[in-house]
Design a protein around this ligand. Structure first.
Ligand code: TYD
Length: 141
């Protein structure tokens, strides 16, 4: 049986190094494995705060640290892994069905999220017990 965490991938975006400042770019379906429908960003995170704490049923997300760094904890309810995002051209692909939490933000960090779907609250699973039940249901299919 395929594990949800098997779909997690580190993605390196192109980086054009230049003495005037570096440049990276992301193209829909080329650098991320989906058509980009939405971009959102998280910033001004107070010390010690966590963001995320949910899973999506359909939406895939690529997360990166545009500035500073933070940890992304990913779990399928059984196994877990943590990815430190600390470079503006390194992202993590979070497939649908994986529970993610972002924590240990450094001061001034900016998280960029690139999403495969528009915002739809019905796509979120925000309660961890509901999530465990959801994963159990997936496994029975
Ligand atoms: P939430 O998903 O809880 O943020 P995070 O997972 O990054 O900690 O979203 C916080 C609020 O913002 C919530 O009320 C929904 C709203 N929101 C939108 O309206 N559009 C969006 O694209 C996102 C990501 C959130």
């Amino acid at each position: 049986m395929k594990k949800l965490l098997d779909g997690v991938r580190i993605i390196e975006f192109p980086k054009i190094c230049d003495p005037r400042g570096n440049l990276s770019f992301v193209e829909s379906a080329r650098h991320v494995p989906f058509s980009i429908k939405r971009v959102f960003y998280i910033y001004d995170v107070p010390g010690g705060e966590t963001r995320g704490g949910h899973a999506h049923k359909e939406c895939a997300i690529v997360l990166l640290a545009l500035a500073g760094s933070f940890d992304v904890r990913l779990t399928d309810g059984t196994e877990e892994m943590t990815v430190r995002l600390n470079r503006a051209n390194k992202g993590v692909l979070i497939p649908p069905g994986v529970w993610d939490t972002m924590h240990d933000f450094t001061t001034g960090s900016v998280a960029l999220a690139i999403a495969s779907h528009p915002y739809e609250e019905e796509d979120y699973i925000r309660d961890y017990d509901d999530y465990l039940e959801y994963v159990r249901t997936l496994q029975q299919q």
